[in-house]
Ligand binder design. Structure first.
Ligand code: 9Z3
Length: 321
């Protein structure tokens, strides 16, 4: 292990020690371990998809926090396509961001689609979906139940940056037992800045103290330890987000060079739903939706995931000839 990697790991360890975690993280960690063990025994490929933005608290008793734009569409949609390709999926997502399957019902108000079904002369009544909405709900429900019956999907939540980093490490370490059958698809929008616990006020910041000056520290980079130490044999895809088109390719290549993982998917904030660039050590390949595909509702994630699955297959066959 290089000196730089050692240094980055020490930084990350210090971060974990400084930031205490809610008990829900250990529960999620145990669920992930059990899920991975089950799929290790059944011989399945497991995709670990991260999704949504991390929340960075400004106060110990948090009233205010820094957030970002991510709605978790990329991760939720990609999860459905990985499932269709036969992968078992751990979907680590920001609480209340988009989820696979329920995202199709996002435009419906729960209480508007239900009605009470009173049984004549009886005191029992039940709740049913109004007939107008039945086809839409039934379609989603059947696919979801089929996936859950096969134990193909595990949904875990994070809210803060520390929860995300803790679960990223815990799940990665557990996934390493799968060797090259593990695929990590890191689409979450992770903050680069945070306030360390010892520099954070315990209580709500008071406006009576005047204008607020914030000083944020850099979040320790987790890609180096992840690729080199936590899951050295896995197939790893990271995402690079930019707003300046002239930086997209160079920044994506830089990430690939620096961490030596398998794929960087580069995307621009404004065009992320219709084009991305997939960068590997020997090629860069634009993945785009045509106007026709867009109008037909084709999702770019269907193309991204197909390409990734092909690359993962090749990766596995090179490793085990
Ligand atoms: C992405 O680039 C994702 O594609 C988006 C998806 C967050 C743009 P939505 O959730 O958007 O569907 O609304 N994710 C990675 C973003 C990120 O934080 N990347 C870091 C960077 O660019 C590397 S970890 O430096």
């Amino acid at each position: 292990m290089s000196k730089v990697t050692c240094f980055k790991m020490a930084e990350l360890e210090a971060f974990f020690q400084e930031n205490s975690l809610p008990g829900t993280c250990t529960k999620s960690e145990n669920e992930a371990k059990e899920f991975i063990k089950y799929h290790k025994d059944t011989g399945n490929h497991v995709a670990f998809v991260t999704s949504g933005g991390t929340k960075v608290p400004l106060e110990g008793n948090t009233v205010r926090y820094i957030d970002n734009f991510s709605i978790g569409m990329r991760g939720a949609v990609s999860t459905e396509y990985f499932l269709q390709h036969g992968y078992a999926v751990i979907f680590l997502h920001r609480g209340r961001s988009l989820e696979p399957f329920t995202r199709h019902l996002q435009n419906l108000r729960l209480l508007d689609i239900l009605e009470v079904n009173s049984i004549e002369h009886g005191s029992n009544s039940s709740v049913v979906v109004k007939s107008d909405y039945c086809p839409q709900v039934l379609n989603v429900l059947k696919t979801y139940q089929d996936v859950m019956k096969k134990r193909q999907l595990l949904m875990l939540e994070f809210n803060t940056l520390s929860e995300y980093l803790y679960l990223l490490k815990a799940c990665s370490l557990a996934l390493s037992s799968l060797g090259n059958r593990a695929l990590l698809y890191l689409a979450a929008a992770v903050s680069d800045f945070y306030i360390p616990k010892d520099k954070m006020p315990e209580h709500k910041i008071q406006s009576s103290e005047g204008p607020l000056q914030l000083s944020l520290e850099l979040v320790p980079k987790m890609m180096a330890p992840l690729v080199m130490d936590w899951v050295p044999d896995a197939f790893v895809i990271s995402f690079k987000l930019e707003t300046d088109p002239s930086l997209l390719i160079s920044k994506s290549k830089q990430a690939l060079d620096r961490y030596q993982h398998q794929v960087v998917i580069g995307n621009l904030l404004d065009t992320r739903k219709r084009e991305v660039v997939s960068v590997t050590k020997d090629q860069e390949n634009w993945i785009r939706l045509t106007d026709k595909e867009l109008s037909l509702g084709v999702e770019i994630e269907s193309k991204i995931v197909s390409e990734i699955v092909e690359k993962h297959k090749k990766f596995c066959s090179h490793d085990c000839p």
